[in-house]
Design a protein around this ligand. Structure first.
Ligand code: NAD
Length: 358
């Protein structure tokens, strides 16, 4: 398989370099994988005057999967909107039709003290939020500003989902649950919104095709509450774009540091863009301080979803778990007084654990 590597800006190149070392180990062992690197975001602007240079888009189009670092930084904050680094990412998602965003929130027991919740509530947490990424009120038309009947200024947006849009994201939810604990919770607001009533009907109808998955439904306000009350009750959550935006950020905080959390954005054929959920951390860039584990775990997701190699994914995840169990910590996941290590040393530890876990 061919992986397009887009390091991006800030800490992006440093953290992606550690994931690249993991790929190198696997390739040395005989895994048939090639990589090609291209600039995106601010690096794309610097190299070709465009946050998504044509050559980068072409590479992403021909690759089987894309591994990205992060984009953005103060140097690019004053650029016109179309040249801003995040436009490169948005255009890439759109061009590749990446409609399904998978965000696992995993809390390794070793890091339970880093969460803002009590360790017994979150220790061992392992959930996935499947968020629809290309529809809903964020893209619905009409939208805008107008005068209402009383002559007052008002803003308005339109929430809508078609049955095919709901079906395809629900199928990703069912399939994800099937690979894990076989429990799917569909989150909506069907007590208030017509869009959600259709959502619930459609997801319920599809459940007949997945008899091995237990489907439940929850209103979004309750889901927000349950995620902090008893998050371990969930296995996989599937939801629309706006609800998923909010719930996935909430869930990521349960897991302590954002330096630990990977994500995947998939198209209809399991091709995907894999990236850590955090940004380019300009405050850490170039200092060998960033945590590379979210990026390495994103690579594990790549092998699970785009390469159909769950064995390789699990091996990488086991290696990460092992380095945590051995007490290795970057600054973001260390408790006060704990010894910390740099980005490259954490990469060394993962590579060593990976070799041992062969
Ligand atoms: P950020 O995620 O970059 O940083 C937030 C905080 O978390 C910072 O204190 C940072 O040091 C820390 N942090 C982030 N990743 C870390 C890691 N791997 N290890 C240790 N600590 C880490 O968010 P921000 O500061 O709001 O944004 C910085 C830049 O990143 C902005 O230009 C923003 O637009 C961009 N951004 C990009 C993406 C993306 O590429 N998908 C996502 C979010 C933000």
């Amino acid at each position: 398989m061919k992986i397009a590597i887009l390091p991006g800006d800030g800490i992006g190149p440093e953290i992606v370099a550690q994931a690249q070392r993991v790929i190198d180990v696997l390739r040395d062992e005989g895994l048939a994988v090639t990589t090609e690197t291209a600039p995106v975001g601010g690096a794309g602007v610097d190299a070709a005057g465009d946050p998504l240079p044509e050559a980068t888009l072409a590479l992403a189009g021909t690759a089987d999967a894309i591994l990205m670092g992060a984009v953005g930084g103060p140097k690019y904050d004053t650029l016109p909107r179309e040249k801003r680094p995040e436009q490169g990412l948005l255009r890439l998602r759109k061009a590749l039709g990446l409609f399904a965003n998978l965000r696992p929130a995993i809390l390794y027991p070793e890091l339970a003290a880093a969460s803002s919740l009590k360790p017994e509530i979150v220790s061992g947490l392992d959930i996935v939020i499947v968020r629809e990424l290309t529809g809903d009120i964020y893209f619905g038309q009409p939208r805008g500003r107008r005068k209402n009947a009383a002559g007052e200024d008002e803003g308005f947006d339109t929430m809508h989902y078609s049955v095919p849009e709901i079906e395809r994201i629900a199928r990703v939810g069912f399939a994800t649950a099937r690979q894990r604990g076989r429990k799917l919770c569909s989150v909506d607001k069907a007590n208030v919104l017509d869009t959600s009533i259709l959502w619930r009907e459609t997801v319920t109808r599809l459940a007949a095709e997945y008899p091995d998955v237990t489907l439940s439904h929850m209103y979004v306000d309750n889901a927000a509450m349950q995620l902090v009350r008893n998050p371990k009750q969930f296995d996989v959550i599937v939801t629309g774009n706006m609800f998923g935006d909010i719930l996935s950020d909430e869930a990521s905080m349960l897991a302590g540091s954002i330096g630990m959390l990977p994500s995947a954005s998939l198209d209809a054929n399991q091709k995907g863009l894999y990236e850590p959920i955090h940004g380019s951390a300009p405050d850490l860039a170039g200092q060998d301080k960033a945590n590379p584990l979210a990026t390495i775990l994103s690579l594990a997701m790549l092998f699970r979803h785009s390469a159909a190699r769950p064995d390789v994914a699990e091996r990488i995840e086991r290696a990460v778990h092992r380095v945590l169990a051995q007490g290795h910590r970057t600054g973001d996941i260390a408790l006060p007084g704990e010894r910390t290590m740099g980005t490259r040393a954490m990469g060394d530890a993962v590579v060593a654990a990976l070799r041992e876990a062969r």
